[in-house]
Design a protein around this ligand. Structure first.
Ligand code: GSH
Length: 207
């Protein structure tokens, strides 16, 4: 049995989606970041970095959403993280890419539009927003081209890289960043969103 500690945001969502899709049995514990619960002594004992998500399994803890997604897929022997070394590296490649590029820019937009006002973290960084919009659009064009010839980002089959990227792209909604110009990305997004795992994962969060 896994135990996941998380919040409403993309890094926790990635791990919830992967747990559901891999069929991992888990308990979910909501850590209310708006109440500063990540700074409690009890939570700090689980992770030195004081951030969600955190996974507990067999008396050990893990932080970093990518590490958690890979670990869950490994432990559950899921085909979503293929055993073939090159195929696995292709999945890793896309996960790293999304963290460093598209995800980075969409997360900046989400931070500006949602986190800053809700957590009282000051006014908008206008030049940062413009930069993030420019690079997010560039990366979405690239993803749109990739998805012209395949339904999934790696190895022509659904993998943890799709669920990982989906959680980043999902932030477009909250920041009013339309996917209309990227029809292949929109179709990929809908393909993933229609899966039972996504609804089940979302239902674990306080409504
Ligand atoms: N690179 C980390 C990022 C984790 C992260 O930034 N978590 C945020 C929520 S999305 C958090 O816990 N923030 C609370 C804080 O920094 O106090 C991952 O992918 O898990």
């Amino acid at each position: 049995m896994f135990r996941l500690y998380g919040f409403y945001t993309q890094n926790s969502l990635k791990t919830l989606y992967v747990l559901e899709e891999c069929g991992g049995e888990y308990e979910f514990e909501f850590v209310n970041l708006s109440k500063g619960e990540q700074r409690s002594d009890a939570f700090r004992e689980k992770t030195p970095v004081g951030k969600v998500p955190v996974l507990e399994h067999e008396g050990e803890t893990l932080f970093e959403s990518g590490a958690i997604c890979r670990y869950v897929a490994n432990v559950t022997d899921s085909a979503l993280y293929p055993a073939d070394k090159m195929q696995r590296a292709q999945v890793d490649q896309w996960m790293d890419f999304f963290s460093c590029h598209l995800g980075r820019w969409l997360t900046k937009l989400y931070f500006e539009a949602v986190i800053k006002p809700n957590f009282d973290l000051g006014g908008p960084d206008e030049s940062g927003i413009e930069e993030a919009k420019k690079f997010a659009a560039q990366q979405l064009r690239m993803l749109n081209r990739l998805l012209e010839n395949t339904d999934w980002v790696a190895n022509d089959s659904l993998s943890i890289a799709d669920l990982f990227a989906f959680a980043y792209v999902e932030q477009c909604r909250a920041v009013d960043f339309s996917l209309a110009e990227y029809p292949n990305v929109q179709a990929w997004f809908e393909r993933i969103e229609s899966r039972d795992s996504i609804a089940k994962a979302r239902a674990r969060l306080p409504q």
